[in-house]
Design a binder for this molecule. Structure first.
Ligand code: URA
Length: 238
């Protein structure tokens, strides 16, 4: 049994808040009877109609996108910029799992499966995310150590991370650094580098848990296989 507004939202008809509004306005019927009580429990045997439309359980969709630069990780944008949703051909109300900055590229999962999305984003599940950053300046072993020990951002220390120098370019005075973190604080990677005195010029997420960008060029996406979805559920302990 699930709460009526949750079932309506999960069907993809509208958001949970909108569903509550529709219920309160008497536009929702369960087995032909108008229900105005928020939180009424329903089962999948109940016939739910909203504004005369029957609600059926939405099939779940899972996509893996190689996000290009200059696209925002959101379902809509008030400045009319292109969003990651615009890149995916679907009629379902999917949304991104976590966030990549406007100028960050790389791997991003999109889905309409709230349970999986919430599980992947929950800090307790410690999902590894691997980033490659091109930073200004020459990285040393000491910098690797300092970054991997964790740095303080907004008064809170980040967890330990794995850090590896991929390439040093003395001519352009830049370094390519791989960093693996499992937290997902706002602009975390850029701010971690900033905290030890390095500016990130480019940032790409190359791996999310066991998933990588193999076969996907910038802007491309693919559907996750049922096996991959199952493995992601395993990663969140379900
Ligand atoms: N950390 C950042 O700073 N930016 C991103 O887009 C992702 C992680």
């Amino acid at each position: 049994m699930e709460r009526l507004q949750k079932v309506i939202a999960n069907s993809g008809y509208c958001s949970r808040r909108k569903a509550e509004e529709l219920i309160l306005n008497g536009l929702v019927t369960v087995n032909g009877e108008i229900i105005k009580q928020l939180g009424t429990k329903v089962s999948n045997k109940d016939m739910i109609m909203v504004n005369g439309t029957s609600i059926t359980k939405e099939t779940k969709e899972y996509y893996l996108l190689n996000k290009p630069r200059g696209v925002i990780t959101s379902t809509s944008d008030d400045k009319n910029r292109k969003t990651v949703i615009d890149l995916i051909d679907t009629t379902k109300r999917i949304y991104p799992v976590g966030r990549l900055d406007y100028d960050t590229t790389g791997i991003l999962i999109l889905t309409n499966d709230g349970e999986l999305a919430n599980g992947l984003m929950h800090p307790k599940n410690k999902i590894d995310k691997v980033y490659v950053a091109k930073v200004e300046g020459i990285f040393t072993k000491k910098d690797v150590l300092n970054l991997s020990k964790g740095v303080v951002i907004d008064g809170i220390k980040t967890s330990r991370s794995r850090v590896r120098i991929k390439k040093i370019d003395k001519k352009t005075n830049t370094s390519m650094i791989e960093i693996t973190i499992h937290e997902g604080r706002n602009h975390q990677v850029k701010r971690m580098f900033e905290a030890i005195g390095f500016r990130v010029k480019k940032l790409k997420r190359e791996r999310y848990d066991f998933l990588d960008l193999h076969g996907l060029t910038s802007g491309d996406y693919r559907v996750l296989t049922p096996k991959e979805v199952k493995k992601l559920y395993n990663s969140i302990g379900k």
